[in-house]
Write a protein that binds this ligand. Structure first.
Ligand code: COA
Length: 258
């Protein structure tokens, strides 16, 4: 349990809210755990027909807690990590998932959208996947899903240069279903969720299962996770996390090319 994930259920819709606005909804290990528990729990809760994911405050999420990345890299973080279970729950969810995104969606904030079934963006949404900027690699099967969704050229630019994608482009490229004014974001996401909730649930989940392949996604996540874990321990990553903590740009040129 964490106060940083709020969970509400009404009319067949389970709404999961990232609620750590003072840290831009940066996702901590406990937050991943709470999200995973809720998404896994929904699988066996017959009263849940649709999931909605949203974030409090001015942005959807600043992505993984960078302080925790640094703690993992130095070995200071011990214990069970829940991010894998969160990704697994997303990849396996039979319930349709609607996302409501305002402001920035960084890292996993963007890659989780590829596992959502309807994505509503506020006009100010800005999607970034700066894994390489942090000396890391794409995760959440995004190294497979992103090029499939938007094409290799755009995906590589997003990943390798950390290029931001605005709401208009995200809509045009097929990452999102709708772009709405910020003050209509939640209403639009809830309206779509309500429409989905009224559909025959068995046909919706079977359609989703036909369109997605959890086994393939999990195999990609495993391969990515191995590379991700190895990259976390590199000098490049140490420089990236130290630079974040010191609020300065990283200097990768002092490190040799491998
Ligand atoms: N992990 C941990 N803390 C984070 C965070 C993250 N991913 N993103 C933001 N925060 C914290 C900041 O350290 C700051 O904490 P403080 O008030 O104690 O100093 C607070 O949230 C507000 O962030 P700030 O950077 O002041 O907000 P901003 O609006 O100027 O910038 C971002 C927002 C998202 C552009 C910027 O915070 C950022 O680049 N964050 C890192 C994103 C990232 O690399 N995520 C991992 C992707 S793989």
């Amino acid at each position: 349990m964490t106060e940083h994930i709020k969970i509400e259920k009404s009319d067949g819709i389970l709404t999961l809210t990232m609620a750590r606005a003072d840290k831009k909804n940066a996702l901590s290990n406990v937050m991943y755990g709470a999200l995973a528990d809720a998404i896994e729990g929904a699988e066996t809760d017959k009263s849940v027909r649709v999931l909605v994911i949203r974030g409090e405050g001015d942005m959807f999420t600043a992505g993984n807690d960078v302080g925790e990345f640094a703690a993992i890299a130095t070995g200071a973080f011990q214990g069970e990590r829940h991010v894998g279970r969160f990704l697994q729950s997303l990849a396996h969810s039979s319930r349709p998932i609607v996302a409501a995104v305002q402001g920035r969606a960084v890292g996993v904030g963007t890659t989780m959208l590829l596992h959502c079934d309807l994505v509503v963006l506020a006009e100010n949404a800005l999607l970034t996947t700066p894994f390489v900027n942090l000396a890391l690699v794409p995760e959440a099967a995004s190294s497979l899903l992103m090029p499939l969704r938007i094409g290799y050229a755009r995906a590589f630019e997003m990943f390798a240069l950390g290029e931001a994608v605005d709401a208009k482009s995200a809509l045009a490229w097929g990452i999102a279903n709708r772009v709405v004014p910020l003050d209509r974001l939640d209403a639009e996401a809830q309206a779509l969720a309500q429409r989905l909730a009224k559909q025959p649930a068995g046909a919706v989940s079977t359609t989703k299962r036909l369109m997605r392949n959890p086994e393939l996604l999990m195999a990609q996540i495993k391969t990515e996770s191995e590379q991700f874990a190895a990259r976390l321990k590199t000098m490049e990553a140490r420089e990236a996390f130290t630079a974040f903590a010191e609020r300065r740009p990283p200097d990768f040129l002092k490190l040799a090319a491998s």
